[in-house]
Design a protein around this ligand. Structure first.
Ligand code: ADP
Ligand code: ASP
Ligand code: MG
Length: 418
């Protein structure tokens, strides 16, 4: 049986006609090497952002179901165009929506979770010797049969889920950088490309802002034993392979510096110092499907005093979070304030676990740069600091240099960034 490969092309890699033809050529090359090929495509260039702006032009709070109907169109366009280009190269190709491809999700619009991939239709097309193009980022909800989308960057997860369902040897994620780097190469030009990275570190990196792979894609790959190879769509060089536990050779002290400039902070004051207050607050947020990240609460110092809780949410969830919390004013807390322009910088490394003093070094580097730390959280292999959005670039560059993570420059992608 010929080996099956799943290839995923991101937005920049299918941004215009020329690039779609280039992706088509690359898919056909793989087919001509004797593989069976399924390709998962993202929407072209900034299409998803443009669709979101279109929705915001007609509504202050777009209905989530309709938002998903709208957003799912971007990926369908790429797939249909790429199928046409492949046909012109003399190969048979068929494009499928997420729903047609059997990607079944829960009902949570705009950030749906994949529950199952019923891949019969993909299998049947492969049996007929077609190249199959699957629209990324989308599925169909299990009960209501509505179109759903998987959250920003969700085509990575579509690709991994399809690879798992088909038992593919590898899921290749083709993107506009040559792999996973020691920091975002747009901010740190001398960042080093990592030949391999462990699932453990990649999960922390994706969770703390390294958007090169969507967090859920990394989780799904680990849970289903899928090998991810993240690489450039502009050249043939090997990129970064995400390795399972036990496959990794070395454990450097620090592997990467990651960042996010899309955070918002909510502070609740006058929280009763009694059991149940936090449960009510975070219960309401969970109900509204808001992803809460860092949480800080302090026990009131004075007797009978009231507590303060601060936490961060993605900026795009701030409006929904506020709406979910407002009805609890006067009961679960007295007052709510929000800060929209927050960012976060993190350092990640499996070797940190057994080395004291890393946190102290992070804080002194940030202090030297005059960056004020708002909130701190740690895991055994990560230290994250919430800071002002405006300080994020400076903080990333300073930490990357202080921990000596730079490469020699030979690994940077040839192609200019988008
Ligand atoms: P695609 O459209 O192919 O899915 P994305 O824009 O989602 O591409 O992800 C690739 C981008 O991720 C890169 O252009 C880069 O700016 C960014 N990025 C952030 N952190 C990292 C990192 N540590 N390594 C590589 N790229 C990173
Ligand atoms: N097009 C979607 C986005 O821009 C999904 C993806 O590209 O992975 O987020
Ligand atoms: Mg992406």
């Amino acid at each position: 049986m010929r080996e099956l490969i799943v290839m995923k092309f991101g937005g920049t890699s299918v941004a215009d006609a020329e690039r779609i033809k280039r992706a088509a050529r690359r898919i056909v090359d793989k087919r001509e090497q004797g593989h069976r090929v399924v390709a998962v495509l993202s929407a072209r260039g900034k299409t998803t952002d443009e669709l979101i702006s279109m929705a915001e032009e007609v509504s202050d709070a777009p209905d989530p179901r309709e938002m998903d109907m709208l957003l799912s169109t971007g990926e369908r366009i790429s797939c249909a165009l790429c199928a046409m280009a492949i046909n012109d190269l003399g190969h048979r190709a068929i494009s499928l929506t997420g729903s047609q491809a059997g990607i079944v999700t829960d009902e949570s619009h705009t950030k749906a979770l994949i529950l199952d991939v019923r891949a019969e239709r993909i299998q049947a097309a492969l049996e007929e010797d077609s190249i199959v193009l699957v629209a990324g980022f989308q599925g169909v909800s299990e009960n209501a049969r509505n179109v759903t989308t998987l959250g920003r960057g969700g085509s990575d997860t579509s690709a991994v889920a399809v690879a798992a369902a088909l038992g593919a040897r590898e899921c290749e994620i083709y993107t506009d950088v040559a792999g996973v780097y020691s920091a975002d190469p747009r901010i740190v030009p001398d960042a080093r490309k990592l030949a391999t990275v462990s699932f453990e570190e990649m999960l922390e990196m994706a969770a703390s802002g390294a958007g090169v792979l969507q967090l859920r894609a990394v989780e799904y790959a680990r849970n289903h034993g899928v090998r991810i190879h993240c690489r450039s769509s502009f050249d043939e060089q090997p990129g970064t392979v995400v390795l399972a536990e036990g496959e990794t050779m070395e454990q450097p002290l620090i592997t990467a510096v990651t960042h996010s400039d899309k955070e918002a902070r909510i502070t609740l004051t006058g929280v009763p110092d009694a059991p149940g207050a936090a449960a009510r607050i975070f219960g309401a947020l969970a109900q509204a499907n808001v992803n809460v990240d860092m949480i800080v609460q302090n026990e009131p110092v004075s007797a009978g005093g009231q507590a303060e809780i601060s936490f961060t949410v993605p900026r795009e969830d701030l409006r929904v979070a506020r709406t979910a919390l407002e009805p609890l004013t006067g009961e679960a807390f007295a007052n709510m304030t929000t800060h929209e322009q927050m960012g976060k910088v993190s350092i990640i490394g499996a070797g940190m676990r057994s080395h004291p003093g890393v946190a102290a070094k992070v804080f002194s580097v940030l202090a030297r740069e005059g960056v004020n730390i708002d909130m701190i959280s740690t895991s055994p292999i990560k230290i994250s600091c919430v800071i002002d959005r405006d300080s994020v670039e400076l903080a990333v560059q300073a930490l990357h240099s202080a921990f000596e993570l730079a490469g020699d420059g030979t690994d940077i992608a040839e192609e200019p960034f988008k």
